[in-house]
Design a protein around this ligand. Structure first.
Ligand code: APR
Ligand code: PHB
Length: 390
């Protein structure tokens, strides 16, 4: 089997790259380790930057995000019960859209299915070969048979635990890693959201976030200590803790109910440089992780593949390698800005075991500065709604 671009992973990065290449007349095959149903069962983030929502429309799969996505013109920031709204529209004239990553993945999968493009699900033991040459290959096993795909390029869109980054010789990558000594305990509940906008809260007991998936389904998180066990968190304990950490008004009007999903996710910041090794290009979680506090993970995966899609389109259209050569450097500029923003939001809003009284005063000063400075609010709004691509 032969194709132009082999894409590893059918998460948002792989599927969006597939869509962009298809619209540019470039052939690609997607190889995914899991089944389509499994991919869609993963509960992930839910905030689209303005540019991500616009892109869905641009690639002709915008109907559902248009109908069902919730446009948000701002967020609430809360510090020890004090509230400050950040007005995105007023500050930067842009907004975000609350729309589950799962929904976006579903839209991309449906469009791909309808187009007849090849996606191979449940591809086991995917392996990359000759990536340092211009004739790379990918092999995998399915139904007891080993298959081979020859291609011009491989796009590694297979997430943090994927095979693509692991296929690059160790000495050719530099890894940057920051571990946070806590996780997020999240629940999903079929109750209306407590507030029209998201509430990001700092409290001395820890961070809390009130988010949503729709006007009838809410997503809530609380910071928990590293190594915390999910069995220790009854729904009642979760609700009590969440309500303690947010502003009293919101706590009082919050509608609670039985959780339909409950899980703990660790937080980390991670970047692998460069994003290219020979014929292999990394994009999305395969190359970087951000803590979820700035809602950047999904959006960053999408901006990577927009840049990679443009570079591949330039290669096939004009036989120019300039875009491909520039991809890693250009994408990393934006990635590091999103890393910085996510780290900053995380640092402001969480309690750190080692922070001490001085650190807490600095966090409070950071919040007070934000409340009193249009410039600081503009900076937050600019980053949250999404920086430009170039
Ligand atoms: N072979 C084939 N597919 C693989 C392999 C492998 N060895 N390893 C992983 N995959 C698949 C995973 O099953 C998954 O479907 O690659 C896909 C990667 O998807 P994501 O983890 O969703 O990563 P990405 O597409 O980069 O999306 C960005 O942003 O909101 C964050 O972490 C969140 O998933 C989100 C990410
Ligand atoms: C979510 O709704 O899951 C969500 C929203 C905002 C974040 C992180 C997660 O910053």
């Amino acid at each position: 089997m032969r194709t132009q671009v082999a894409i590893i992973g059918a998460g948002p990065a792989g599927l969006m790259l597939g869509r962009l290449l298809q619209l540019a007349g470039i052939e690609a095959v997607i190889l995914e380790r899991k089944s389509g149903e499994y991919v869609l069962s993963r509960i992930r983030a839910g905030v689209l930057e303005q540019g991500t929502a616009d892109l869905l429309r641009k690639v002709n799969i915008g109907a559902r995000v248009e109908a069902e996505g919730l446009p948000h013109d701002g967020i609430e920031m809360c510090f020890d019960g004090d509230l400050q709204r950040i007005d995105f529209m007023a500050r930067v004239g842009r907004r975000v859209t609350v729309y589950g990553q799962t929904e976006m993945t579903h839209d991309l999968m449906e469009a791909r299915k309808a187009s007849g493009a090849t996606t191979i699900y449940e591809a086991a033991d995917v392996a990359l070969h000759d990536i340092d040459s211009d004739r790379p290959r990918v092999t995998w096993r399915k139904d007891g048979v080993t298959h081979t795909l020859e291609c011009d390029f491989i796009a590694g869109c297979d997430g943090f635990h994927g095979v693509s980054r692991a296929s690059v010789p160790e000495r050719s990558l530099t890894l940057f890693d920051r571990h946070y000594p806590f996780g997020w305990l999240g629940i999903l509940v079929d109750q209306p959201p407590v507030s029209e906008e998201l509430i990001y809260a700092h409290h001395e007991r820890g961070f809390a976030l009130c988010s949503m998936r729709s006007m009838t389904r809410s997503r809530y998180y609380v910071q928990v200590a590293e190594g915390e066990k999910i069995e220790n968190w009854s729904d009642q304990r979760f609700w009590d803790e969440l309500r303690r950490r947010i502003n009293p008004d919101a706590a009082e009007r919050m509608k609670i109910g039985p959780s339909i999903e409950k899980s703990i996710a660790p937080l980390r910041s991670f970047v692998a440089e460069p994003l290219r090794f020979g014929s292999l290009f990394l994009a999305g979680d395969a190359a970087h992780i951000v803590p979820p506090t700035g809602a950047k993970g999904l959006n960053l995966a999408i901006s990577d593949v927009v840049m990679l899609g443009d570079a591949l389109t330039e290669f096939y259209g004009e036989r120019s390698k300039a875009g491909l050569d520039a991809y890693s450097g250009k994408a990393l500029l934006r990635i590091w800005k999103a890393e910085r923003f996510s780290w900053w939001m995380t640092s402001l809003l969480h309690t750190f075991p080692e922070t001490g009284a001085f650190g807490r005063r600095i966090q409070r000063a950071d919040f007070d500065y934000l409340c009193g400075s249009v410039a600081a609010q503009t900076s937050l709004a600019e980053n949250y709604t999404g920086l430009s691509l170039g």
